[in-house]
Design a protein around this ligand. Structure first.
Ligand code: CP3
Length: 338
């Protein structure tokens, strides 16, 4: 398929820069709020393929982006491994049980080659509806980020329990990271078999590890996943806050490096070994007026240059962003002539 986004991901020249947004599905659209009410709960929305397929497609009509991303959550992986979560309104996810010791790790199951069936079904529905217009992005949390939630049990600014585990029980940490990585590989391969044309790994909590810890507890697991998935589709590694680990990320067998807005584009170009870069506007820019959004978007596009770039924000859209401002960002990218 001659998809613009996949060509850019594969390092080919493109007639314009492709664009999508992290967290484009849900959050800012009034039609998403309606669907969310109809589904009763976030989990029900995620687990009902017809509904999650609809949530996936909403931003395609609303924003005319160059890719769809399957509507789901990174926490479906810990849940499938035996740690169910509840999504608490205004707070976020809370896991009912957490991992504390070896016994807990032994009890955890590895997701098998079937992957997660409701995600597979949602992907098949979306793939059919998209009718090859744009590619579908599959995703998973990266092992370190999933590990952080599995130990901590909820969101946190510092994840001190998860980090304590790395310092006090490093061998056990590796055992758990290994089980998570095997699960992620099977989960993502199943997504690709059902129609995902590219996958993104969200290492949202990369930035709280030292470069040495990132090298020990994240990179080897990203490597295992990229090695397998790259034989099938392009892989995007988005490690938020991991600027000092970019040169390690650059040598992974993956195609695209996601950048957050704190990362310097010129330095990233130097360290990224010619890989395609994705990003990286501050999601808060979309609170500014239209003129400022246009100006900053164009400046970003000029800094990245006209090739080897997928335009995106540097993290997910914030829920209180105006729909018109999102459209302004997308249209500015699409109308840009270098
Ligand atoms: O990109 C997309 O549009 C696809 C959907 C998607 C969701 N979550 C839906 C969602 C994706 C890719 C995610 C990934 C995710 N989930 C990450 C990694 C990306 C990142 O933001 O760093 C993380 C850390 C999570 C865990 C998570 N899910 C949290 C902390 C929360 C609560 C706070 C928040 O962001 O709203 C969620 C809930 C969530 N996941 C919502 C959506 C649309 C909002 C829930 C609702 O509808 O009420």
């Amino acid at each position: 398929m001659n998809y613009l986004l996949l060509r850019a991901a594969n390092g080919k020249k493109t007639e314009r820069t492709p664009v999508w947004l992290m967290r484009q599905a849900g959050r800012v659209l009034p039609e998403y709020r309606k669907l969310r009410l109809k589904a009763k709960s976030f989990k029900n929305l995620v687990q009902t393929p017809e509904l999650s397929a609809e949530a996936t497609l909403q931003p395609i009509s609303a924003f005319a982006v160059d890719a769809a991303i399957i509507f789901s959550d990174i926490l479906v992986v810990p849940e499938e491994m035996g740690l169910p979560y509840t999504m608490i309104e205004e707070k976020g996810p809370v896991l009912e049980k957490t991992i504390k010791n070896k016994k807990d790790i032994n009890r955890i199951k590895i997701i098998d080659e079937e992957g997660i069936s409701y995600v597979n079904t949602a992907i098949s529905i979306v793939k059919n509806e998209l009718n090859n217009r744009i590619p579908l992005i599959g995703f998973s949390g990266a092992p370190w980020t999933l590990f952080a939630y599995m130990i901590e049990g909820e969101g946190s600014k510092i994840f001190s329990n998860a980090k304590k585990f790395l310092y006090t029980q490093p061998a056990l940490a590796h055992d758990l990271l290994d089980k998570i990585s095997k699960s992620v590989i099977n989960y993502l391969v199943a997504q690709v078999k059902h129609g995902a044309g590219i996958v993104q790994l969200f290492d949202s909590w990369a930035g709280i590890l030292s470069p040495e810890q990132y090298q020990e507890f994240s990179i080897p697991y990203l490597e295992q996943i990229c090695k397998k998935l790259s034989t099938m589709v392009p892989v995007i590694v988005f490690a938020k806050g991991a600027f000092s680990s970019l040169s390690d990320i650059a040598i992974l067998p993956s195609s695209v490096i996601g950048l957050d807005w704190t990362m310097d584009i010129n330095l990233a170009r130097k360290w990224s070994k010619g890989k395609t870069l994705q990003g990286n506007l501050d999601p808060c820019l979309l609170y500014a007026d239209y003129k400022t959004i246009e100006k900053k978007t164009i400046e970003m596009l000029q800094r990245f240059g006209s090739h080897h770039h997928i335009a995106n924000l540097g993290h997910g859209l914030y829920p209180d962003t105006e729909v018109g401002k999102v459209k302004c960002f997308v249209e500015t990218v699409k109308g840009f002539k270098p």
